[in-house]
Design a protein around this ligand. Structure first.
Ligand code: ADP
Ligand code: MG
Length: 235
């Protein structure tokens, strides 16, 4: 197993109206290349804050985030943006598509201004096919169902072939059937492409389908469970 992420004693405080809110308390965590990890916990337990820090959308108040021996706080903003381009794809509960762009344009958006050695449009079109949106290339988000919009968001998160997919309650706004489709897509990518997945969910059944389950409460990790070859979790 090769180590990807390492969180060492990470704390995150937010202060609003003079009140210091502790969103994360002493987070210690490792994630290896290609793991499928779920994060579960009640609302307000710090799941989104943790995911944002792992994806370098936010930074810890204290403690370190290390990716393959690199302390991410030492990177310049340019290096950080390259780090994200290489390693991180994000999917959100609210999809966050650009309303004025078509499916194809939304999927290609992360590649704008980037020099790559592949055909951007071909790459985007093949992902649109993979997520089952053939024929919807020119549709705007408003012309798509919730499940279809989330599939656009999945394709967009994958277009630069990141090593990790970070998904914050990606099935939270979807009905069970569409939630299953999105989950299966992430599962398939993990198994076929060895893309690491960090998946935040409220749903214990979905959380149990991961290889490693992180349980959070009040800003702390309460348990980290690993699945054995028989599919049973233990510490
Ligand atoms: P979860 O995703 O598990 O519901 P969050 O990570 O969103 O939890 O929030 C954890 C705690 O941090 C909550 O108490 C929340 O109110 C607080 N929090 C999160 N983001 C901010 C912010 N930008 N400003 C102030 N407080 C925040
Ligand atoms: Mg959240």
């Amino acid at each position: 197993m090769t180590l990807s992420f390492q969180c060492k004693n990470i704390n995150k405080f937010f202060s609003s109206d003079g009140i210091n809110q502790k969103a994360l308390i002493d987070i210690n965590l490792i994630a290896n290349d290609g793991e499928f990890i779920s994060i579960i916990g009640p609302s307000g337990s710090g799941k989104s804050t943790l995911l944002s820090i792992l994806g370098t959308l936010d930074s810890p108040s204290t403690g370190s985030l290390i990716f393959k021996d690199k302390h991410l706080k030492d990177l310049t903003s340019r290096e950080l943006s390259d780090f994200r381009f290489e390693n991180i794809g994000f999917i959100f509960q609210q999809f966050h598509l650009i309303p004025t762009l078509t499916t194809l344009e939304n999927v290609m958006a992360p590649l704008f201004g980037r020099k790559v050695d592949y055909d951007k449009k071909e790459r985007a079109l093949s992902l649109i096919r993979k997520v089952g949106l053939n024929g919807k290339e020119n549709a705007l988000p408003s012309q798509l169902s919730g499940g279809q919009q989330q599939r656009v968001a999945v394709a967009r998160a994958l277009v630069h072939e990141p090593k990790w997919l970070l998904a914050d309650e990606p099935t939270g706004n979807l009905d069970t059937e569409n939630g299953e489709i999105i989950f299966d897509l992430l599962y398939q990518l993990n198994k076929e492409k060895k893309c690491g997945v960090l998946f935040v969910t409220h749903d214990p059944l979905l959380a149990n389908r991961a290889d490693k389950k992180i349980e959070m409460k009040d800003g702390e990790i309460t348990t980290i469970l690993h699945k054995n070859t028989e599919g049973i979790f233990s510490v």
